[in-house]
Design a protein around this ligand. Structure first.
Ligand code: F6R
Length: 608
């Protein structure tokens, strides 16, 4: 949801900004721009195309002198994608430039006030009020102007600011939108996430909500929202630049699909010691769990579908009622949540606006909050009582794969851990499940190998315009993720249906050659699912099924089958999702879609 970068140092800023923006392009890519200060002149360049175009029109940045600059890659919220609306926005006197990620909710009121004062607006964006506010408040000290302007802003923002009156300073400020400072030698950076900094420095500083950073070549000073200095420490990033590169794959999505055995291992292994689960990162005790009479899992999109799997698994293991509540709905309901509720928040980015709002709502009503998050130091991680990190490494493709898989792994870990704490499962039963969990990375690997026929299946089915996924129990939960993966990257309409529900209306859409993807790995309900397959076959549908390796009965009805290795049925989703991810990928590829950056989407949805 927009990416921002900034640089101050001795080197030329523009090429560094381009490199950072290219790494952040997954966050939004409908327009882009940079502003660079040289002596006392701010030069901007913008495009409604990709960063590649900015490189072309500036001789790779060599045509723009200056060692202080900011850049932006946009996912439009206020105002269509156009050069006028692209960031950076510049003040009427050309002295201030601003890049912004987030939404200024009170921009209409501020805009009216600033127009009254004579400021002229060039764009339809909410961001432009910020740059005029700064010009309005500036009386010779940029930090003071930022403190005053920030007090007037409602909503969410991460801002990068430069000012021609102060050519040796880059200012950053954030509230409810991500922003990281990179500390180099004689140079500093700002960026929406670590991937944009990691090729220059591994030393970073996280800004808290409301904090303002004054960034100079000689160092960084941080102030609170009142302008008083704050002591900050730095953190070292423990992964390398290769994690943010394609490493020979055509797309990040395929690289990340292939990384799943490693990512799931990285989630599980450090938390299993001598055959026991050790969740040292959280403080939930048996007494805390006994106090819980309801678990609510809240999240958006794929993270909520991981939650759907979690619901089956946790109810089975803990015998506590579990609901999955979409964050965008929970935040505006009057939910029944109290101090006996455990809220499990799932988010890869840790910055999803609806999820943050749902967390706040539930916390305000007394819930204890456990979050499962990938991005260290993210807003959701900071707001939670307990955090379990997924340790998936950076996920760049817009469509999540390893993010989802590592979320599942944490749900299983927590489920088995809590089952033992509650005494719902014996030590022996838990030990058996832990061994099965330890086998998961290998089973995921086998699922990747078993499914090299999916390229052919994609060629056969990629022209379908509407596809149904059906399943029961965990197969149904996985079908939701399979359907989302397919539609978001291939633009083929698709729906996930509880197999038993189809005949209550939707079956009227099944006709000759309609493709139904039937998930048939949950063996306890296999025969029931077979009946549902027969129902759609009888109406002319083609059926592509998933099944556990060795299942030949499925061949009596299905036209094609994607096999997966046998697992504990509770952990089935981790293996079954693999062929569905591969199918979505190859179908999108055969349809010529932009796999890593599907239209209209952005990776981290930091607006409502
Ligand atoms: C789909 C996808 C999205 C995210 C959703 C939540 O492939 O990635 O549906 O799962 O936007 O994002 P996070 O997990 O960052 O909160």
């Amino acid at each position: 949801m927009c990416g921002i970068v900034g640089f101050i140092g001795e080197r030329k800023a523009a090429p560094i900004l381009f490199e950072g923006l290219e790494r952040l392009e997954y966050r939004g890519y409908d327009s882009a721009g940079i502003a660079v200060l040289n002596k006392d002149v701010i030069t901007t360049r913008k495009t409604t195309e990709r960063i590649k175009m900015l490189r072309e029109i500036t001789e790779n940045g060599q045509g723009i002198p200056g060692s202080l600059g900011i850049g932006h890659t946009r996912w439009a919220t206020h105002g269509a994608p156009s050069e006028r609306n692209a960031h950076p926005h510049v003040s009427n006197d050309g002295k201030f430039a601003v890049v912004h990620n987030g939404i200024i909710e009170n921009y209409i009121t501020l805009k009216e006030e600033l127009i009254q004062k004579g400021f002229i607006f060039e764009s339809e964006t909410d961001t432009e009020v910020v740059v005029h506010l700064l010009a309005n408040y500036y009386k010779g000290n940029l930090i003071e102007a930022v403190v005053k302007a920030a007090k007037r802003l409602e909503g969410s923002y991460a801002l990068g600011i430069i000012c021609a009156h102060e050519p040796d300073v880059l200012v950053a400020v954030r509230r409810l939108s991500p922003l990281i400072l990179g500390v180099g030698i004689g140079e500093s950076f700002i960026a929406s996430d670590v991937t944009a900094l990691i090729s220059h420095t591994k030393t970073v500083m996280y800004l808290e909500d409301g904090e303002i950073a004054e960034i100079k070549k000689s160092g960084i000073r941080v102030f609170d929202k009142a302008g008083s200095p704050v002591e900050k420490s730095t953190t070292e990033i423990n992964w390398n630049i290769d994690a943010a590169e394609k490493s020979g794959y055509d797309h990040f999505m395929m690289k990340e699909i292939m990384e799943q055995p490693r990512a799931v291992r990285a989630t599980l292994e450090p938390r299993i010691k001598n055959g026991k689960i050790k969740l040292d990162d959280i403080s939930i005790t048996a007494a805390d769990l006994k106090n819980v009479n309801r678990i609510i899992i809240t999240a958006c999109g794929s993270a909520s579908y991981a939650g759907q799997v979690g619901r089956y698994v946790l109810e089975e293991l803990l015998r506590i009622p579990v609901e999955v509540d979409l964050a965008s709905e929970l935040r505006y309901r009057n939910p029944i949540i109290n101090e006996h509720t455990l809220l499990i928040v799932i988010s890869q980015s840790g910055e999803t606006a609806d999820t943050i709002a749902a967390l706040k709502e539930a916390k305000g009503r007394g819930a204890r909050v456990l979050s499962l998050v990938n991005v260290v130091g993210s807003t959701i991680a900071k707001m939670s009582d307990d955090v379990l990190y997924t340790w998936a490494g950076p996920e760049i493709a817009v469509a999540t794969t390893k993010g989802y898989s590592t979320q599942l792994a944490l749900l299983y870990l927590f489920g088995v851990y809590a089952a033992e704490l509650l005494g719902n499962r014996t030590g022996e039963e838990c030990a058996e499940m832990i061994t099965e969990l330890q086998n998961l990375p290998e089973q995921i690997e086998q699922a990747l190998i078993l499914n090299d026929n999916i390229i052919t299946l994609a060629q056969k089915y990629h022209k379908n315009q509407s596809i149904f996924f059906i399943g029961r129990n965990i197969d149904y939960a996985v079908s939701m993720e399979g359907s989302l993966k397919l539609k978001e990257i291939s633009y083929i309409h698709s729906e996930a249906y509880a197999a038993g529900e189809l005949k209550h209306g939707t079956i009227s859409l099944i006709d000759n050659d309609r493709l139904v993807i039937a998930l048939a790995c949950y063996e306890r309900l296999f025969d029931k699912l077979m009946s549902n397959i027969k129902e759609v076959k009888a109406r002319g549908a083609k059926v592509l099924a998933t099944a556990i390796v060795g299942n030949t009965k499925i061949l009596t009805e299905a036209d094609d089958v994607m096999y997966i290795p046998r697992t504990n049925p509770l952990f089935l989703a981790s293996v079954e999702v693999i062929p569905l991810q591969l199918l979505a990928y190859y179908v999108a590829r055969d349809n010529g879609c932009d796999i890593d950056k599907p239209r209209n989407l952005a990776k981290s949805v930091t607006v409502e």
